[in-house]
Design a protein around this ligand. Structure first.
Ligand SMILES: Nc1ncnc2c1ncn2[C@@H]1O[C@H](COP(=O)(O)OP(=O)(O)OP(=O)(O)O)[C@@H](O)[C@H]1O
Length: 256
């Protein structure tokens, strides 16, 4: 039987509105420790808002987020020490080089300075960033920025990773490396929560899935439960209500 100690991330009735717009409405979710958990949903479903509240970047209007027993808003230091975060559109200190940024984040997370250097070297190498390690992050491409952001999330060896679109803009070779890093991280007892629009990635990587729409969890369960014998893409479209393009729509595009 699973107990409280098996839960790496617990989202309890999270609620957030922006003016009249309700972005997240009473969202509840438990992520079992040791799982690779995929968060999927259409544009504007509330995934980024949910992850921002779960990671301490955005204060919920109501509800709680608990990371391995630590309340993100009541005990942020403990919660943040236990998680690594790759937010959407990472706002990094981009006037630092990749190596400096990793050192900064490592020291901020109380990693021993010697260990920061060893881990930085290994992460830069694994992610194919060694050659650019001493260049400023502001000059990195979108994929390189994503990779240095992921390295920052990993440097303190947290037990939970929360990753918003971790493979977006990343080339296929680096993508394979990141998949391998995440798989081995989970095999070693870590927990990953990732959001993605790429169903193939979620099908390939995740053992558990939650489908979010209009700020609520529409369905959650193991990948097989959610797929119910079909492809995740098919089930996703069924669940969130796919829209047919009207025959007359955008007719001006065909009229030249
Ligand atoms: N800072 C903000 N101010 C106003 N509205 C916001 C803000 N952040 C998000 N929203 C709104 O909240 C809703 C949820 O947005 P969110 O970014 O969480 O969705 P998402 O599921 O991550 O979407 P996508 O898949 O397109 O990234 C959207 O309607 C969005 O317009």
């Amino acid at each position: 039987m699973s107990g409280v100690n098996d839960i790496a991330l617990s989202l309890q009735g999270l609620y957030k509105s922006f003016g009249a717009k309700v972005a997240v409405a009473d969202l509840r979710l438990d992520v079992r420790a040791g799982s690779m958990f995929g968060l999927v949903g259409p544009n504007g479903a509330g995934k980024t808002t949910t992850l921002s509240m779960a990671t301490g970047l955005l204060r919920p209007d109501a509800g709680r987020a608990v990371v391995l027993g630590a309340d993100v808003w009541a005990d942020p230091a403990a919660a943040k020490a236990r998680m690594g975060v790759l937010p959407d559109g990472v706002r990094l200190f981009d006037r630092l080089s990749g190596r400096e940024l990793l050192r900064y984040v490592g020291l901020l997370r109380s990693v021993d300075p010697g260990l920061v250097d060893t881990r930085s070297g290994e992460l830069l190498e694994a992610l194919g960033l060694s050659e650019d390690a001493d260049n400023l992050v502001v000059d990195y491409s979108a994929g390189m920025t994503k990779k240095i952001g992921l390295a920052c999330a990993l440097i303190h060896a947290p037990r939970l990773l929360l990753l918003d679109e971790p493979l977006e803009a990343v080339d296929p070779v680096s993508g394979e490396t990141i998949r391998a890093i995440l798989r081995s991280y989970v095999a070693g007892g870590g927990t990953v929560v990732l959001s993605s629009h790429v169903m193939e990635l979620v099908e390939n990587m995740c053992d558990t899935v939650a489908v979010i729409a209009q700020g609520r969890v529409l369905a959650t369960g193991t990948l097989d439960e959610i797929r119910a014998g079909e492809s995740l893409q098919r089930r996703f479209v069924d669940l969130v209500g796919g829209k047919q393009l009207d025959e007359e729509a955008l007719s001006w595009l065909r009229s030249s």
